[in-house]
Design a protein around this ligand. Structure first.
Ligand code: NAI
Ligand code: 2OP
Length: 309
């Protein structure tokens, strides 16, 4: 049977993700958005591109949810994007209401799907989706760490003048200002970047990674990044659809791993058809652990803000 990926939110990230999934023929795609005509127009355009891509994917655009029924994966990108001067956290309340609404409608129709949350503040929205969907935590995962790690990889490759193919990077924690790039686990052909560049350059690359989203917003002025976010989400979609069991940094509900409990935060996790599998528990230094813990605390503070208002 053909796989089905539904994308809720047909804006920049959602439409780019639809394009990547369809172009590679990974699955049939449904894009749903509140904006009348937008998902329909984009779906029709992409359907015509399938002839040129050599793809057999079908692409459907809708303003509703019925067409999403029976999805294997639902990527949620609906909501408001950051504007210049706006933090991800400013989006909190507006997006929580949107995510609550769209997730409850979509989850009812695809009870066996894996949800990949993209909308910001992502870790918080994943927790909202978990609560309204009634899904098991393994099947509600957030995308942030793959993107942040790809940004870190890019800056390391540029700094050292090596191919990005030879750079691995790890960014843990929440996808926000408190994210935790991990230089000890960021390597070129297995050698930590701490061995390959002076400490002040490592720090500069960490800072640039943490500021990676805002740097793009400052250029674009009217929206935020979407090419790398869509590619990052697609990597997760692929791992779920084909049970690849990739070890990817994803936001998951922690149940005591790293001494953190009851909150979403980014950790390396095995991603397969059932969603998030085993969390890899790295041996962190006390300093790394403190940073991770305070990043999870920052996510928890936002959850509390939603609950208490
Ligand atoms: P965008 O503004 O291009 O698209 C958002 C889409 O959501 C729009 O088409 C809008 O009509 C739709 N929408 C709004 N309310 C809706 C509703 N109730 N039902 C269905 N659709 C609705 O924004 P973009 O650039 O695609 O970003 C989407 C979200 O993803 C933002 O919250 C952004 O901050 C977040 N993001 C997260 C990243 C991550 O690493 N987790 C990376 C990049 C973006
Ligand atoms: C990013 O990191 C806006 O979260 C988005 O680009």
């Amino acid at each position: 049977m053909r796989k089905k990926v539904s994308i809720i939110g047909a804006g920049n990230v959602g439409a780019s993700l639809a394009e990547l999934v369809a172009m590679q023929g990974l699955a049939d795609v449904v894009i749903s958005d509140i904006a009348e005509g937008v998902p329909q127009g984009k779906a029709l355009d992409m359907s015509q591109a399938c002839a040129l891509w050599g793809s057999s994917s079908s692409i459907t655009g809708t303003n509703g949810f019925e067409e999403t029924a029976g999805s294997d994966v639902m990527a949620i990108t609906a909501g408001l994007a950051r504007k210049p001067g706006m933090s991800r956290d400013d989006l909190l309340k507006a997006n929580a209401a949107i995510i609550s609404d769209v997730t409850s409608k979509a989850a009812r129709l695809s009870p066996d799907a894996v949800i990949i949350m993209v909308t910001n503040p992502m870790d918080v929205m994943a927790q909202v989706a978990l609560e309204v969907s009634g899904f098991s935590p393994e099947r509600v995962i957030g995308m942030g760490g793959v993107l942040d790690s790809s940004r870190f990889r890019t800056f390391v490759a540029w700094e050292l003048g090596v191919s990005i193919k030879d750079v691995e990077a790890l960014v843990m924690g929440g996808h926000g200002d408190s994210m935790v790039p991990m230089p000890r686990f960021t390597t070129v052909k297995g050698v930590s970047i701490n061995e390959l560049m002076p400490a002040e350059r490592v720090k500069a690359l960490i800072d640039r990674t943490k500021n990676g989203g805002a740097e793009i917003v400052a250029h674009l002025k009217t929206g935020s990044a979407y090419y790398a976010p869509a590619a990052s989400t697609c990597e997760m979609v692929r791992s779920v659809l084909f049970d690849e069991k990739r070890l990817l940094p994803c936001s998951v509900m922690l149940k005591g791993e790293y001494g953190i409990e009851g909150v979403y935060a980014g950790v390396p996790v095995v991603l397969g058809s059932g969603g998030a599998g085993k969390v890899m528990e790295l041996e962190l230094s006390p300093e790394e652990h403190t940073l991770l813990k305070s990043s999870a605390d920052a996510v928890k503070a936002l959850i509390d803000k939603i609950r208490n208002d």
